[in-house]
Design a protein around this ligand. Structure first.
Ligand code: 7RM
Length: 637
């Protein structure tokens, strides 16, 4: 078996890219032809970036799970779909064949139905990285319920916000989750969250850690009991719900420059086609290979490149419950060795962190199965790129540095592994079907090479965001109103002399900490919840491992008697309001913040100070009170 639209050499790439520009509908119809459709489309694309109103494959009927499961049963039924490696290396791994995964998804789809879930209902999933998480996601998709997966590191407050925004009626969780040496009490966090969520009628709890939990009568049920019930019903078949191409598939919340995360909406047909196409091409996946993406399914990378992309391609996808450094910094390499992993897709922050442990944990691990390496989530520095290339890929594996976003649904700019050129620090060239442009602050296109600008996309692609849940206007203003007729990514970008793209980082108030998107406004709101805080301003600064660290300038109500204790308290508050990933790395108490006469915080100045560029603060002539800046400079951490 091979994939009909896999690009095999540079000429293929160039031709495909040209074709995708001159005849986008023909190009995408060709890609989409190879899926299982209940009914084919009437029209490939209708679009208007003003509204925005983008529709792909209108009139088509499908169910993504028939493409991820049913259609493989004949040929791949006994092939592994999911290999699961537990947190504890001494616990047994699990392998689910396509047939087994199909059976489990159907069983759990029945459970959802028995618990009142119907097409279009929103289901919140808050679980650790166990196969049941993938099963839950697919079971939702099978019956046409819209899943909203919330990463297991988010706090009760964050979950409550997301559940309320989506008006979810059912939650799927676990008693707890194992991550490294920690046990995370997921069910107890859910109990706290649900105090503020009257829309939730049912909670399904899957057993993992055996942490004691309290079960609310009439609301909470055990996953295992519900499965037994389905079995006694004789496992009635669950025909996949017939979905319209543009029916919602899922919502995934992501941070922006305001305090409130947005529910990014993806729809069935376009997302499926795009996740599959980008998976097969970027990684040059070959049937039978073992593919390992180290992300969590709580992020878009896990949605597209652990679940939907690989499974729709009939691939073997490896799911890892734990963290890269547990029980030691050789864990990834042990997993590669144990399962003869061929394709490894991870984050620069993980590479930098593992690099810090030296070659001890790498030596004597058999990494010879690796053919292809990938990175995602943040810029990769050259040193980390070369370490990955030489020490992990032993010099012979192509590296694909993949740039994309929650909103894009899948990879946008990246080397096609071994097919198009690679360059350390560069995401290089757009995939066929993607038309990037750089624009200046007035939205004027910057043409030619050797230029810098705001990265926009000027033509639709099937995986793109359709709306922000419950607030279409927000989608328009955030992505389609900054520059007329363009999708604005929020990233700055360089196009070098060879025409290769290099993402330089966010141009808005969004931080990227260890590849996780965090809005400065969100962190400020959380800090301000602390009783002693009057005002705060948060900026990013370069961090050796995390890429960016969080630096908070805080005005406190009274003189702080024990600064260390207060800092700890503030950190706790942030962890409680958002989650541990948003904890500031540095907190500096200040008596005032640099503001303009109109009262706007001058973040540019704070950023410079946090970066340590004290002598180069730029234009400070509009400052209300220059003395404040001097004080902040003196107190810099
Ligand atoms: C997949 C994902 C998106 C933001 C994006 C960028 C940054 C992602 C790269 C990158 C440089 C990369 N989705 N980003 N990939 N920056 N090189 N290869 O991460 O929605 O969580 O984040 O991440 O700033 O806008 S995300």
């Amino acid at each position: 078996m091979s994939y009909p639209y896999q690009l095999k050499n540079f000429e293929d790439y160039q031709q495909a890219w040209q074709h995708s520009v001159t005849d986008p509908e023909g190009f995408w119809a060709n890609v989409a032809d190879h899926f299982y459709w209940r009914r084919k489309w009437d029209k490939v694309l209708e679009w208007d970036f003003k509204q925005p109103d983008v529709k792909w494959f209108t009139g088509a009927k499908l169910n993504i799970t028939e493409n991820c499961l049913d259609r493989h049963l004949g040929t791949l039924g006994h092939q592994p779909a999911i290999i699961w490696e537990p947190n504890d290396p001494d616990e047994r791994h699990r392998i689910l064949t396509y047939r087994e995964l199909y059976t489990k998804v159907c069983q759990f789809a029945n459970v959802l139905k028995n618990n009142g879930v119907k097409k279009g209902d929103r289901v919140c999933i808050y679980m650790g990285m166990i196969p049941e998480l993938a099963i839950a996601v697919l079971a939702c998709a099978r019956i046409g319920a819209i899943h909203s997966v919330v990463f297991g590191g988010f706090s009760a407050q964050s979950i409550a916000d997301r559940i309320q925004d989506a008006q979810a009626t059912l939650v799927i969780t676990c008693d707890g989750a194992f991550r490294g040496s920690k046990d995370i009490p997921l069910k107890s966090v859910i109990d706290d969250a649900l105090m503020a969520c009257p829309s939730v009628k049912k909670v399904i709890v899957c057993t993992r850690t055996r942490t004691p939990v309290s079960m609310l009568k009439g609301r909470d049920v055990w996953w295992e009991d519900e499965i037994k019930q389905v079995e006694t019903m004789g496992n009635p078949p669950v025909p996949a719900e017939e979905m319209d191409a543009e029916d919602m598939l899922f919502i995934l919340y992501t941070s922006g420059s305001t305090g409130k995360p947005k529910g990014v909406v993806h729809t069935c047909a376009g997302y499926m086609v795009y996740a599959n196409y980008t998976f097969i091409n970027t990684f040059q996946y070959k049937p039978g290979q073992v593919y390992f993406c180290t992300a969590d399914i709580g992020w878009i990378t896990g949605h597209s490149y652990i679940v939907y992309g690989p499974l729709s391609a009939g691939a073997t996808t490896l799911m890892f419950e734990g963290v890269p450094t547990y029980p030691d910094a050789g864990r990834f390499w042990d997993i590669v060795d144990k399962f003869r992993v061929n394709v490894l897709y991870t984050a620069p922050t993980a590479i930098r962190s593992l690099m810090g442990f030296g070659l001890g944990p790498v030596n004597h691990k058999d990494l010879s199965s690796l053919t292809t390496l990938g990175t995602v989530g943040e810029p990769i520095n050259e040193e980390a790129w070369h370490w990955y290339k030489d020490q992990i890929g032993k010099g012979h594996c192509p590296i694909t540095d993949t740039w994309w976003q929650t909103e894009t649904g899948g990879i946008m700019i990246a080397p096609i592994a071994g097919v198009t050129p690679e360059k350390p620090g560069y995401a290089t060239l757009p995939l066929p079907g993607i038309q990037p442009v750089l624009v200046d602050e007035n939205g004027k296109e910057i043409e030619g090479n050797g230029v810098n600008g705001n990265l926009c996309i000027k033509f639709p692609w099937p995986g793109m965001i359709r709306t922000t849940y419950g607030d279409h206007e927000r989608c328009r203003t955030t992505y389609f109103a900054t520059f007329e007729n363009l999708y604005f990514t929020g990233d700055g970008c360089l196009r070098d002399e060879d025409g290769y793209y290099r993402i330089t980082g966010r141009v808005d108030d969004v931080l990227n900490v260890s590849g996780h998107r965090i809005g400065t406004a969100e962190v400020e709101n959380a800090i301000n919840m602390h009783a002693g805080v009057v005002e705060s301003a948060v900026v990013g600064y370069p961090h050796e491992i995390k890429g960016q660290g969080i630096y908070a300038f805080v005005i406190s109500e009274m003189h702080v008697k024990d600064p260390d204790l207060t800092k700890k308290d503030i950190m706790q508050t942030v962890a409680r309001i958002i989650g541990p990933i948003a904890k500031p790395d540095k907190i500096q108490f200040v008596s005032g913040l640099p503001k303009t006469r109109s009262g706007k915080i001058m973040r540019r100045i704070l950023r410079k100070i946090a970066e340590g560029e004290l002598d180069n603060l730029g234009d400070t002539s509009t400052l209300l009170d220059p003395a404040v800046v001097e004080e902040i400079k003196r107190g810099k951490l």
